[in-house]
Design a protein around this ligand. Sequence first.
Ligand SMILES: [Fe+2]
Length: 547
Amino acid sequence: MRILGIGLSHCAGVALIEDGRLVFAQEEDRFSRRRRHKGWPELSLAYLLDHFDLVEEDIDLCVLSDLQTAQKYNAPIRAKRVLTVHHHLAHILSGWALTPWTDFDAVSIDGGGDFGSWQSFGRVRNRRLEFWESNCGSYLNGEKGVSRSWLKRSPARTFGAYWSVPAVLNFGMLDKGGVGGYEGKLMGLAGHGDRARFKPKEAMYDGSFSVKHKGDLHWLTTHGYPKIGDNHYVITPDGQRLTLAQVRDLRKKKHEIISEYDLNNPRDLQFAADFASHLQSMTDKAIGDLFERNFSDKTPIVVSGGTFGNVVLNGKLNERYDLFVTPPMGDEGLALGAAAWGAYLTGAREVDIPGYYLGYNAGQNKDVDVDEVAQLLNSDKVIGLVEGAMELGPRALGARSILASPRDAAANLSINERLGRVEYMPFAPVILEEEADKVLKGWSKTHVSARHMTLVYPVQEEWRDCLRGVVHVDGTVRPQVLSRLDNPVYYDILQAFFRLTGIPVLINTSFNVHGEPIVRTIDQAIAALETGRIDALVAGNQLHRRC
Ligand SMILES: [Fe+2]
């Protein structure tokens, strides 16, 4: 049986479950080259059908996420049967498909999905979804499927808006196309700030969170406005007073990035960091309270939704709970969640997951001399890696990665400059699994999420000095702990670097320039080599160097 999932929110994409096995998952923006592509995933769907030698009529069941967006498409695909699924149920099902656990509680929190939903809770026992409810009033109603009750509805501004609105309007965190999704930069800034220095009243900021009891659960509630300062106008550093509609218009039509603070100005940057520290602290506290009231620390918890892209929050939760962070936690996971809902409805109680490399395949690098690559890394060269099928989710996990030595903090600046990026958090490290307990405090082999760069860990003191390229100001890293089974070529490069230097760690950052999706093809990677973004490239079973 072939079940196709289609995600229609931003980060649209496709996923295919064939006879209970997830065989493909890919975001559309890697094909369209429009970052966080929203809408029908035409190119990735065409690739999927061609790659598996299928026509639309061969699809037994197609499930579209989201309900409201799907209404815009009338009979969009000639599958034998077409269904739709709620945005947040798809989030929960993406976690259900990927987690190894059979009994767990589930939660999704984000910037908004169907009918104003932005949080939902589920309970899974023996792989059966016993309960699911979203703040928009949608809930799992036994055999009837999903129903919606106005009585259950709890409207409030979405939690995600408290991160995205200041990121965009106050601090101008957007790409050249006017597309956001850079809340991670705000989280990175938090580590440089002091929340006590942020004075909400002086800054005209009244955003806050609390947890309220309703029905059988406690729900996260938001209060006040997400934006700092005037809520109806953006007042630019040079004194222009623009309505939010004008700002949006200028962004869309002229690609102008307008914000209230100029992060090139050290004073504004410090203000942003202090605010970010305040926001991170409110987030950690509110979601910590939410978990404490709803969940037992004896039952594992599976989290999804863009909010759990916040690795600092996840690290704190992981200290208390058995936590599985769905690797494609944001809307890039909805296609997989939709396909998983189709599998669930047709009786499946698990999905066979053959790993996390499930997208477009650019071929492997079996014959590349990994010792030669390690020597280049040891001489501070920046190496691109295009290995096999693309990763599932937003993090580069060694299929489309840029690698470098982790010893020098200045590497962050120089690599970011070459890629046109501005980051406030150092690059993430990839660490040999066999050495991870020596480098990370509190890491355990049972921490599945440490394989996907979705948690932070403090670094052991004795390692901090020689890992300055990856350790944040607060002494933490967000690692990918790598075993050879995950990705042999990537592992062998890391192992060769360890043999040469005694350091079982490399910088691993995603293979893309600012504002562009991660590279997909070898040609795109070679273009990055030719324009000097990287010094050498492992791709197409060759080591390419700059002439
Ligand atoms: Fe979402």
